[in-house]
Design a protein around this ligand. Sequence first.
Ligand code: NAD
Length: 257
Amino acid sequence: MSETHKDHIAVVTGASRGIGAAISSRLAAAGLTVAVHYGKDKDAAAAVVASIEAAGGKAFPFQADLGADTAAQDFWAAYDKAAAEAGVLNQPIHALVNNAGVTLRGAIEDFSREDFLTQQAINVNAPYFIVKEGLTRIADGGRIINISSGVTRIAFPEIIGYALTKGAIEAFTLTLAKHLGPREITVNSVAPGVVDTDINAGWLRGNDEAQAGVAASSALGRVGQPDDIASIVAFLASDEARWITGQKIDATGGTNI
Ligand code: NAD
């Protein structure tokens, strides 16, 4: 375990599967104790914690629905309870990773107001208020890392509402980085291209044509995997990335370059 992060906590939202689970494993391997947030999938979160512990790391799960109006209050109350049970309540939070998100599909003519607002609540309001309510908990010199998307650079009209949420996250990242600079907290975003996770299960999994199309659009000739993103997040969380703030790292395997 790294001595640098002894007693430091990383909080990862939506960590029960996909990119969030991979980020949790990476941060635990770097020596951080990982607070594995989940929405509904308790068993999956427990499996992520078990796999981190089996590899010699430290982690504990906690639950909060990020679509609720009280998401941020629920989130930190659940965190406090779980952290107290894990005996780490007063340990500093070094890294907060806003990873949880949904992709709801629909062109602007068809996309319902309800879906628009649900997606906005989970992808934008939740990270904003989790940061707002969590600012005093994050240690000076810490890290906030937001997961954006390549869709702010490449247009997909069928997910226009989703693209809007990720554009908001990038603006939030930039502005928050300036605000938190005096505390030496860095704030960055990572913008993945298509990654093979449940968020894309409906159109990508088991669809050879879609897989081949995604692979062909990438300079590196394959579909992204969760650890391709997690390794970048781990770098941004490390001391090696201390001079990077307010930036977006495009992590698309060179899609449409
Ligand atoms: P995923 O569906 O596997 O994971 C999303 C996570 O968010 C899950 O753990 C889920 O439980 C959680 N979540 C969703 N709604 C929630 C709610 N209401 N309350 C609490 N938790 C909730 O997908 P993923 O690909 O791992 O997505 C992780 C992040 O990466 C998301 O922000 C997504 O927008 C972004 N992203 C993914 C891709 C991709 O191709 N997979 C590309 C670009 C960006």
